[in-house]
Write a protein that binds this ligand. Sequence first.
Ligand SMILES: [Zn+2]
Length: 479
Amino acid sequence: MPGTWGGRTAVTPTKHGDIYEIAQWYPRMAVYDDLRGWDTQPYLGAEFYLEYGSFDYAVTVPWDYLVAGSGELVNGAQVLTATQQQRLKQAAGSDRTVLIRTPAEVTDPASRPTRSGTQTWRFHMEHTRDVAFAASPAFVWDAARINLPDGKTSLAMSVYPVEGVGADKWNRSTEYVKGAIEHFSQWYPYPWPAAVNLGGHGAGMEYPGIVFDGYEDDKDVLFWITAHEIGHTWFPMIVGNNERRHAFMDEGFNTFIDVYASDAFNHGEYAPKRDSEYAPKGGNPVEEILPTLADASAPTLMDIADATAEKYRHPVTYFKGALGLVLLREQILGPERFDPAFRKYIATWAYRHPTPSDFFRFMESEAGEDLSWWWRGWYFNNWQLDLGVTSARYVEGDPAKGVTVALVARQKLVMPATVRLDYADGTHEDRRLPVETWIQRSTPELTFPTTKKLLKVSIDPDHKLPDADRSNNSVGVSG
Ligand SMILES: [Zn+2]
């Protein structure tokens, strides 16, 4: 064992024995795609570009070890006790977490089928980019059923040392795995027979069918990291984008679906998602992103790669990447157009290798709208948005005849926006402006019908857009 290495492979001492996390332990063939032929970019310590296949692997360990791995355990009858096999069957039909090996049983030799020598654990997995596993004599093990679309099921499991046991800690891990996968499966059904969360040294690292998290994590942090690492099942494990070259299609896309997983889990117990990956200061994401957009030396989403300086890795790859899709879904297309298009994108590119252009073209085609202005501003450049209202005056000085509003886009990024008309009687009306408002001129003038006296006119009143300067967003109405 090389020791703890790069957050990918690790040995962690715990009270009842070491936990081994084993990943990237065998030679891999480079991907051959229709862009570059063999993509021979080397692994630099972070992310990968991998081809799909079917895997059979066997792990031989001392008799007292448990092994948790990617895919399906195919020789449970040999390596588990009769009690454990029976409990696993029970878990496969249970929405509540079932203990397969209790904390008290960890030190009990009767929790293993033999008392000497070694045992070989055999696993099988199909349509996968990789496999990884963890082994330890110290594992507590629990499981519950995952309910998938069309009546299908899978099995959520957690393995962790007794140090991770606790009502706010790993006792809830399997509930988090189950909740996250059931939510994410609305985009595309989880494809494998099991999903394992490992409580180990805490790299926060994803592999198909197993994720490596920290046994010391608890509460919202444990939920967010679990949902995030499990979310990588969809990007890049199912949609096999090139993580090395286009990091935002991995971390950004995953962080995007995580935002809604946090909203959905247990009626919003951990909503909204505000962590190191998304709005790390805990505030309004569109306002927190402004320093990144204003930083002239920040790389663009198209430029940022796996090897980019750490300073920009999270703000650009994760946060700007995720917020770009949140804005596309909520402000540009609306969920009714975005969601079916995004589902179809995942299904079309499942187990294949899309590039950013494939994604851009796919979304335009499915949504039925030219979005080149958005890709150009948000992905190919770090353009900023600064919409404003310059003036508002009644038509012919008469509140009954309407109001003419002069608007301005002071920066190069443009977006659809809401204009709010606040009336003197305390009511208001919102008008939605399409992005075409700004395409031909940066200072459009629009006339809105009104019947009564206005107080003020403002743009983006609910702070939904990453507007760089809000001091110019509203004006009083003059006669
Ligand atoms: Zn990630």
